[in-house]
Design a protein around this ligand. Sequence first.
Ligand code: ADP
Ligand code: NI
Length: 219
Amino acid sequence: MPSHESIIHSAEQFAKLQLERDPSGHDWWHVHRVRQLALELARSEGADPFICELAALLHDVADEKLNESKEAGLRKVRDWLSDQRIEPEAIRFVMTIIATMSYNGGKNPPMETLEGKVVQDADRLDALGAMGIARTFLYSGFKGQLLHDPDGNFDDLDYRSNRKTAIYHFYEKLLKLKDLLNTDTAKRMAANRHRFMESFLTQFYKEWDMVDYKDELEP
Ligand code: ADP
Ligand code: NI
């Protein structure tokens, strides 16, 4: 069996190769941030660091948005894991996490294992705060979505529809995430990131509606 260290190193190379230049906010540096968050959460929550780090490194290689289908994405990761001579139990563990951790419009059932909770929280923390704001506008440009439409009502559109707006994404997902986190550590880390998004939206609407322009003219 290869050492955990060498498996992690290979997974890092594989994720870099697959996602290096992804233009939708799921690039290698997102994976790197999620891996760091997952390791911190694992340490503080007492989860298995090897499983958490490996699942974090591979989670977006299988993403349905970046593959022909969810099944094709999962197959790519399963084939890669099988080539690594990792314990079958660890392969099943990692595959279960990455197959079930997506937000999917809030429709997926809760994660069952501590390691699954940790990796899902890590991915969600990187969808919050300044990073979440930046990734939302990047993803919206990638999909050709509008910035904002004050008259739009998007509540009945499918979660994956590209006829919604970047600002709407805050309401359909980002502002809900703080109450959907699994671990206490992630909840504590989310508080500041959540407030930052709220104050961003407050300022966004002020500028949109020209609320403070007179103050802005003051020296
Ligand atoms: P999930 O599949 O778990 O919903 P995604 O990978 O789709 O997670 O989302 C990751 C990030 O990509 C989101 O948090 C957001 O920043 C961006 N994103 C996803 N869907 C949209 C969307 N419809 N509009 C704007 N940004 C989006
Ligand atoms: Ni991700």
